[in-house]
Design a binder for this molecule. Structure first.
Ligand code: ACO
Length: 336
């Protein structure tokens, strides 16, 4: 029996900074509304015509993570890619990474699960390593939201929240089972699938083809829809539950947390959790102010930055927690 541990982290965000004031030139919104409701001051949006895609940003983050891991690319024996914004409807970006990195013919798995995609992907990697099936797994979370957002006033409730970027981690076998990823916890509640949803180009409705034929400019199926207040209320409950679940499984309590990396959904959600668990500012890492919500990329980007800034030390108890569309949610408890 083994544990798994993270030995390399990388991130990539596009250069193009879009401030709240920039958005107010596209739609009826303003810095005060966005800052007060979400904490976001700016986000990165891929510039049209740039080479950045969900897959290529993932590759850039992955190269950094592999280099920092000290492994060679050919040591990677499995790839897991979490995203809700793949370059193509199929195949998913896992195989694009395998090709771009020129890593033999290792398996590549695509994970959906939206904002909790990285925690789900990490859990799969952890369990593949724990069973001995693979030794070194590359886990990526990457999103290019901006091409798919409604940049008119109609879409403002959703569009101002999301940003583009990628994060990656190399996970390897750890012989000492008191270290590394101690446990992961995954949940879903599909009855709320349509509270945060992008319907097209799903095959659930025959009319997708009809919409394309009609090219109806008022059709909203290709834009994400979110019942913001309902998502908020569920998020604060589920974040708390799944953090507690992880702590209890490892005989820990809130005082055991050295660093909480919440999915960067909304600063107000993170602050609610911080208050509930009575954590100091040093015990919670937030960067949503600079990047917005990058869904599956948000945790690996934040984890990478926290590590780069020296905020995570050997022996720390690091908690990852996410909640999002599905609803899906999850946590990971890590002894760094
Ligand atoms: N700028 C200005 N006004 C806006 C904007 C905007 N960008 N968006 C909406 N409004 C207006 C609305 O039209 C509405 O106007 P009205 O009162 O005249 O009808 C008013 O502001 C209030 O709108 P609400 O949607 O009720 O605003 P709310 O206070 O709920 O804030 C928000 C919206 C920020 C989305 C909030 O519900 C929220 O944070 N929800 C959590 C969801 C979340 O974090 N999602 C992230 C993705 S999911 C995840 O990662 C967990």
């Amino acid at each position: 029996m083994y544990n798994s541990k993270i030995i390399g982290l990388g991130k990539y965000v596009p250069e193009n900074v879009v401030t709240n004031d920039d958005l107010s030139k596209l739609m009826d919104t303003n810095d005060e509304w966005i800052t007060e409701r979400t904490g976001i001051k700016e986000r990165r949006w891929v510039k049209e015509g740039s080479d950045d895609t969900t897959a290529t940003m993932g590759v850039k983050a992955a190269k950094i993570a592999i280099e920092r891991s000290g492994l060679d690319k050919d040591d990677i024996d499995f790839i897991i890619f979490a995203t809700l914004s793949p370059d193509m409807y199929f195949p998913g970006p896992g195989v694009q990474v395998q090709h771009a990195l020129d890593i033999k013919t290792v398996g590549a798995l695509d994970v959906r699960n939206q904002c909790s995609g990285f925690v789900y992907a990490l859990s799969v990697a952890d369990n593949f390593i724990k069973t001995g099936m693979y030794k070194n797994i590359l886990v990526i979370g990457s999103e290019l939201h901006s091409y798919g957002l409604d940049k008119t006033t109609r879409g403002r409730g959703v569009t101002v929240i999301f940003g583009d970027g990628a994060g990656a981690a190399v996970i390897t076998r750890e012989e000492d089972t008191s270290k590394g990823i101690l446990s992961t916890h995954l949940h879903s509640q599909g009855e709320h699938a349509e509270e945060l949803v992008l319907i097209a180009p799903g095959m659930g409705k025959r009319w997708v083809n009809d919409i394309l034929a009609e090219n109806d400019p008022n059709d909203e199926s290709y834009f994400p829809h979110m019942n913001g207040q309902f998502v908020f209320k569920n998020a604060v409950v589920r974040f708390s539950e799944v953090i507690m679940e992880g702590l209890m499984q490892n005989n820990m309590d809130k005082d055991s947390i050295d660093m909480l990396i919440p999915h960067q959904a909304n600063l107000r959600i993170a602050q609610f959790i911080q208050t509930k668990f009575q954590l100091s500012d040093d015990q919670v890492y937030n960067n949503i102010m600079r990047y917005g919500n990058t869904t599956a990329a948000s945790i690996p980007i934040a984890l990478c930055e926290a590590w780069e800034e020296g905020k995570i030390k050997s022996g720390d108890n690091v908690v990852l927690a996410a909640f999002g569309s599905g609803f899906t949610w999850g946590s990971a408890i890590i002894k760094w």
